[in-house]
Design a protein around this ligand. Structure first.
Ligand code: ADP
Ligand code: F6P
Length: 323
């Protein structure tokens, strides 16, 4: 006997590649288990606008390979208020919807926790490119974003080495340097500036100078947006060592687009199906993740309160290998 009869799914906050694969998995897994499933358009805003529609097997055809989200995403201030949350829960109840899968980041998870306190069974799926959610090794979209960055750096390297130049590449990651770290190690960047590790631009400039003196003719500096603007880092380096004259590339929202990698599609598919099974079992207020290959469900409050572990070993390796 399933603990839920009708469930809904929404995507919220910044979108990420693989959200569509997660929506597909939620819809098809629910239908497989004999549960009615509804889509909510534009996140919590759509919930408050009662923008909710029935989904069937075919409604999620041909989306596993698409970036973005067919359900669209939005930020909704009203939903941060108790009145907004009560209105959202009432709309779901009126429709007989007793479970909700929320695909998004930290903020979206907090909304799910509030709905759960109001009697709606909720499950969160980590949909964000930043990889800044605890109790999961990876978030949906992170792998694709890292691929986008590495691909861009490969291209930059071509022209930078022809001209013996340095390149400063600004990548996303407001509070988390994982995109910078993983892309930096994979692309052999000389310097990785991230919010988790203090840095000294004098040392960075000195190292670049030494490298040039020892015959290195180009270098890549990756700056996570959480530490500041790439443009400012480039100016500061040039001030300390004028002949560097770095070129700056801000990758911006390109990192959030494109077809999800197989890794992200499979992560999204596993997590979407897992969330539905958890709801069927009667579980609620949980964030779904994958740790060491195993599917896990952790209390949303615990996930939101816990800062994700930083992989210092990987950071030190990137430094050692970038001589
Ligand atoms: P993300 O989910 O990517 O972290 P946001 O922080 O913008 O993105 O959150 C997405 C939406 O989740 C917000 O627009 C709001 O509707 C809802 N939300 C965020 N924080 C809360 C909160 N503390 N309580 C209830 N809803 C919230
Ligand atoms: O939350 C993911 C993220 O990609 C951050 O790294 C970035 O700062 C932010 O979204 C930008 O989102 P938007 O332009 O949609 O506000």
């Amino acid at each position: 006997m399933s603990a839920v009869k009708k469930i809904a799914v929404l995507t919220s906050g910044g979108d990420s590649q693989g959200m569509n694969a997660a929506v597909r998995a939620v819809v098809r897994s629910a239908i497989f288990h004999g549960i009615e499933v509804y889509g909510v358009q534009r996140g919590y805003q759509g919930l408050l606008n009662n923008d909710i529609f029935s989904m069937d097997i075919r409604s999620v055809g041909d989306i596993i390979q698409r970036g973005g989200t067919i359900l669209q995403s939005a930020r909704c201030l009203e939903f941060k208020t108790l009145e907004g949350q009560q209105k959202g829960a009432a709309i779901l109840r009126e429709r007989g919807i007793d479970g909700l899968v929320v695909i998004g980041g930290d903020g979206s998870y907090q909304g799910a926790a509030k709905l759960s306190a109001l009697g709606i069974k909720t499950m969160g799926l980590p949909g964000t490119i930043d990889n800044d959610i605890s109790f999961t090794d990876y978030t949906i979209g992170f792998d694709t974003a890292v691929n986008v960055v590495v691909d861009a750096i490969n291209k930059l390297r071509d022209t930078m080495s022809s001209h013996e130049r340095s390149s400063v590449v600004e990548v996303m990651g407001r509070h988390c340097g994982d995109i910078a770290l993983h892309a930096g190690l994979a692309s052999g960047a000389e310097t990785i500036l991230i919010p988790e590790v203090p840095y000294d631009l004098n040392e960075v400039a000195d190292r670049m100078r030494q490298n040039f003196e020892h015959g290195k003719r180009h270098s890549i500096v990756i700056v996570a947006e959480g530490v500041g603007r790439g443009e400012d880092v480039a100016d500061a380096l040039k001030e300390r060592y004028p002949s560097i004259d770095p070129r700056v590339t801000v990758l911006g929202h390109i990192q959030r687009g494109g077809s999800p990698t197989p890794f992200d599609r499979n992560l999204a598919s596993r997590l979407g199906d897992f969330a539905v099974r958890k709801l069927i079992e009667g579980d609620s207020n949980k964030a779904c993740g994958v740790i060491n290959g195993q599917l896990v469900a952790t209390d949303i409050e615990k996930v939101v309160k816990t800062k994700k572990d930083f992989n210092m070993e990987m950071y030190e390796l990137a430094q050692r290998l970038s001589q």
